[in-house]
Design a protein around this ligand. Structure first.
Ligand code: NAP
Length: 517
């Protein structure tokens, strides 16, 4: 019988009732586990975290909260091999994909534990300088940032069960808020094991960590003005959440990370065979196939000068051809299946949509040659590369295809034209520019910046040092405007502000200085 994943709420593991949602191995279609959240009292879950986790964390200093993060990073790292295996089995990840998620998680927790030391032995933050507010120097103002007294509800997408948890929880816990984690159901096995490890370790004070497996039910209907919602997932779900009555009524602070049609731009004077050109090829192919393209930061749209388009077509196709697709547990396999039947159907529909405005230059939407996969089994699609003559076709820019699908668009105009085409994506997480030309880079940067959370400028000088545009580094902000959800996460200390209330204090200089130090 398949394992039943229990939720951890009100300090105990609780099994949901009723019909269960299955979790599959997307390579074999075997059912690995099942889960349900039916019958769980979400209101009590939130209340327990508010009453126990919040006061416990708020009385700790930043240094002490950082020590908790350091410990949970280390204990999860101890289980790295077991976690990798679960990620391969339930996520369809190659070992490399799995490490990207799991090491990304422990690395982010460790990064914030170090950052905590800089904040020292205080429980709140002082924001900016003291201001004299009138003629008399005795009357002053000072902003402070204090943690909300509620719960941070962290809802994650299926593609990063480990990192998705850690990048949100590290910042929330450091800010002083307990978390209720809601992993995506389809890949929840990895998150479940991580939560088991953390609960058994008893590192976090009572009530700081709760986790719900299965549907979120009426959880959001119990949020108050002291709670925070941080969501990662599709823009369709995001719209539902943003319109939740309780969230609107109580002005619950929300952060949304949603879809993004990230772009890569090859500059006009980048010669075939140059270091920058090679970097472009390697990174674009990696972004297409890593995690089978199921990455929020994956490159979907590629703009190349028309003069070099046929070289790019040939070289990129060769690069993709080198990627073996199949059973992700094999070391030689570099791309596994999509995560679910539903995902496969969505991606195949997206491929059909693109066929109406672009030609396929690699792959056709079929399974292709698979290594060590049973005939007809698993949610596989081979990479599909399109080329489109019209860089303004809405089918290319409107809907994200969350899989190994990209479109190359040759351009003839100047940087302004490229900016215009790229911004048809209507807001994104990251765009990358491959150029050694300062003037072109400058025009693209200032043209794209208002539409993107992050810009990755790749050139010969960083060819050997950069992890690529797809790696989300905790030092840098993650999130983007428009379609990307309008959110902002990470970015070092910037990330804390989601979980902190900024309060302006006005009063006597001597009194405030006695209180605020
Ligand atoms: P999804 O279907 O929107 O689900 C995301 C999460 O929301 C899951 O945990 C899901 O739970 C939960 N959920 C669904 N309906 C809900 C509701 N009414 N109330 C509360 N929670 C609800 O997205 P997905 O398929 O997991 O992820 C793929 C999408 O995420 C892609 O569109 C991708 O672009 C986006 N993404 C964005 C980022 C980013 O940082 N911008 C990162 C990764 C992924 P169940 O699984 O139980 O349904």
């Amino acid at each position: 019988m398949a394992e039943k994943l229990k939720s951890f709420v009100c300090g105990e593991w609780i099994e949901g009732k009723g019909s269960q949602s299955p979790l599959y191995n997307p390579t074999t279609e075997e059912i690995l586990a099942e889960t349900s959240s039916d019958g769980i009292n979400f209101k009590a879950c939130l209340e327990y975290a508010r009453q126990n986790g919040s006061p416990a964390l708020r009385k700790l200093t930043f240094t002490q909260r950082g020590e908790l993060l350091d410990k949970i990073s280390k204990i999860l790292h101890q289980y790295r091999e077991e976690l990798i295996e679960l990620s391969v089995a339930n996520g369809g990840n190659t070992r490399g994909d799995a490490k990207f998620d799991i090491d990304g998680a422990t690395g982010t927790l460790a990064y914030y534990s170090v950052l905590a030391k800089k904040l020292g032995e205080r429980t709140y933050l002082v924001d900016g300088e003291q201001e004299q507010l009138g003629r008399n120097p005795r009357f002053v103002g000072q902003h402070i940032l204090v943690p909300f007294t509620g719960v941070a509800v962290l809802i994650n997408a299926f593609n990063f069960p480990a990192w998705g948890f850690a990048e949100k929880a590290a910042v929330a816990v450091l800010a002083g808020m307990p978390v209720v984690v809601k992993p995506a159901t389809s890949t929840a096995l990895l998150a479940f094991r991580m939560m088991q490890i953390l609960v058994e370790s008893k590192i976090l004070p009572e009530g700081v960590l709760s986790v719900i497996f299965g549907s979120a039910g009426d959880l959001l209907g119990h949020l108050t003005c002291q709670d925070v919602l941080s969501f990662t997932g599709s823009s369709k779900t995001a719209i539902d959440l943003k319109n939740n009555k309780m969230i609107l009524k109580n002005s619950v602070r929300c952060n949304v990370e949603a879809d993004s049609l990230n772009a890569a731009i090859l500059g006009p004077n980048v010669g075939r065979g140059s270091k920058t050109y090679e970097l472009f090829l390697i990174e674009v192919a990696k972004e297409m196939t890593q995690k089978a393209g199921q990455k929020c930061t994956a490159i979907r749209r590629i703009f190349v000068p028309e003069s070099i388009a046929s070289d790019v077509k040939e070289d990129l196709s060769n690069e993709i051809r080198n990627v073996k697709v199949g059973n992700p547990s094999l070391r030689e396999v570099r791309m596994g299946p999509l995560v679910s039947k539903q995902q496969l159907n969505n991606v195949m529909a997206g491929v059909e949509r693109l066929k109406t405005c672009a030609k396929t230059i690699y792959g056709d939407g079929g399974r292709g040659q698979l290594v060590d996969v049973k005939e007809g089994r698993g949610y596989f699609i081979s990479p599909v590369l399109f080329m489109a003559d019209n860089p303004e076709s809405p089918q290319i820019h409107d809907e994200e295809i969350f899989g190994p699908v990209q479109t190359v668009m040759p351009y003839t105009g100047n940087a302004d034209d490229v900016v215009r085409f790229t911004n048809l994506g209507a807001g994104g997480l990251v765009s990358s520019i491959y150029t050694d030309d300062k003037e072109f880079a400058e025009q693209i940067i200032f043209g794209l910046a208002p539409f993107n959370g992050r810009l990755h400028v790749a050139s010969e000088k960083i060819a050997e040092h950069s992890p690529g545009s797809g790696a989300v580094l905790p030092q840098m902000m993650h999130g983007g405007p428009g379609k990307a959800g309008g959110g902002q996460e990470l970015g070092g200390l910037r990330g804390l502000s989601l979980y902190l209330q900024r309060t302006a204090l006005q009063g006597s200089k001597t009194l405030l200085e006695k209180i605020i130090s």
